[in-house]
Design a protein around this ligand. Structure first.
Ligand code: PLP
Length: 378
């Protein structure tokens, strides 16, 4: 498709040139099984190990703390469900009410099995209170799972402080963060944090779909979801998907420095914010301190699906919330006390390094046109 304005990068991103190149190479040339002892296997193993090295460098951790999975969802499930197999552990899990379903659903499953779950509620800006976390931590806490960046509104949680609090008050509890929307976007230095487990995904950073990352701090013991041949040091059995692992490395190599990219992205974000401020018919749902990749707005009185389809006819692609919500009213927006009419008219713009100021201009003028052409639904 030519001339598309793709502003749905939190749903997924276009694979970058290096990702495609590395995937192709692994599919066509380096297609051995990393577990094979012959040269073909060794070459594939080298590719996997180089990719592991790139992820580790990027996150400032050790290579043996990085495990490849099939997606962010699997990483989250592995981290959370492993609690079940920990002996002599408490029964309290603390999370937030605005986590992605791949965190909330396994936690709900544990709740049904008798775990006590505390859901921290964010304030109107989408950020949880450390005081509230502190007052809920006790010696019975076995897991704290708090996302780094929210996928719908882009709010950033104070996870460095949250992990420190957790380790101080409940030293036996594991601290997990779903960093799927933060990885490759916010600089993360795991050496400087008390995080035990972190999940990330390839397809949000111009890598391929079907590849996830689980960081597990050395010394932390968790159980695998998949049992079998013992790949990934027994944490994730199944022949490694070398092409996607290489594609992930391609995406990371192209990012280079998350710090530099952040600065560039912030300029685009500030431009978009400024332009959107000129539209007096919208309301911002994202706070001003959110990640400079996501802006969630509402156009009260207009249904987001109708707006989305209007924009789509002009080759402009945005979403009405998270890609997983599929039309259901957003629980995230409800949590930050958006009204029903605001939730009904919510649009999420999510950017990547491929977006330009022109994309923002196209979106703004198309949205103005939509509002003048379309009838208000309410
Ligand atoms: N966590 C968050 C915050 C996400 O936004 C997503 C995907 O949108 C996921 C987890 C799931 O990642 P994946 O699509 O790789 O399973």
């Amino acid at each position: 498709m030519n001339n598309i304005v793709y502003l749905d990068n939190s749903a997924t991103t276009k694979p970058c040139v290096k990702a495609v190149e590395y995937i192709n190479n692994a599919l066509c040339e380096n297609w051995g099984n990393p577990s094979s002892l012959h040269l073909m296997g060794m070459n594939a193993e080298i590719a996997v190990s180089e990719a592991r090295g790139s992820v580790a460098t990027f996150l400032h951790c050790r290579e043996d703390e990085i495990f490849f999975t099939s997606c962010g969802t699997e990483s989250n499930n592995t981290a959370i469900m492993s609690i079940k197999y920990k002996k002599h552990n408490g029964k309290r899990i603390i999370t937030t009410a605005i986590e992605h379903p791949s965190v909330l659903e396994p936690i709900k499953a544990l709740e049904k099995e008798g775990y006590e779950v505390i859901y921290l509620h964010p304030d109107k800006s989408g950020v949880i209170s450390l005081e509230e976390l502190k007052s809920n931590l006790n010696s019975d806490t076995c897991l704290v799972s708090i996302m780094l960046v929210n996928n719908e509104i882009g709010s950033i949680q104070p996870i460095i402080e949250a992990a420190e609090l957790t380790k101080r008050i409940a030293p036996n509890a594991l601290f997990h963060t779903d960093a799927v929307q933060a990885f490759g976007k916010l600089p993360i230095n795991l050496q400087k944090t008390k995080i035990d487990l972190l999940s990330a995904s390839g397809h949000k950073i111009h890598g391929p779909k079907g590849i996830g990352i689980l960081y597990k701090r050395k010394g932390v013991n968790i159980s695998p979801l998949l049992l079998g041949g013992g790949q990934e040091k027994n944490l994730r059995s199944g022949t490694e998907c070398v092409p996607l692992i290489c594609g992930l490395k391609g995406a990371i190599d192209e990012i280079g420095s998350a710090e530099k990219l952040y600065q560039k992205q912030k300029e685009l974000f500030d431009y978009a914010h400024c332009k959107l401020c000129e539209l007096d018919f919208i309301k911002f749902n994202s706070n001003s301190e959110c990640i400079p990749y996501i802006i969630n707005i509402s156009v009260p009185g207009y249904r987001s699906e109708v707006l989305q389809h209007f924009l789509e006819r002009k080759n402009i692609f945005v979403s009405s919330g998270s890609a997983c919500a599929k039309g259901e009213l957003s629980y995230v927006l409800r949590e930050i006390e958006a009204s029903a009419i605001e939730i009904d008219g919510a649009l999420r713009l999510s950017f990547s390094r491929y977006n330009t100021n022109d994309d923002v201009d196209s979106f703004c003028s198309a949205l103005c046109e939509a509002v003048s052409v379309l009838k208000k639904s309410i």
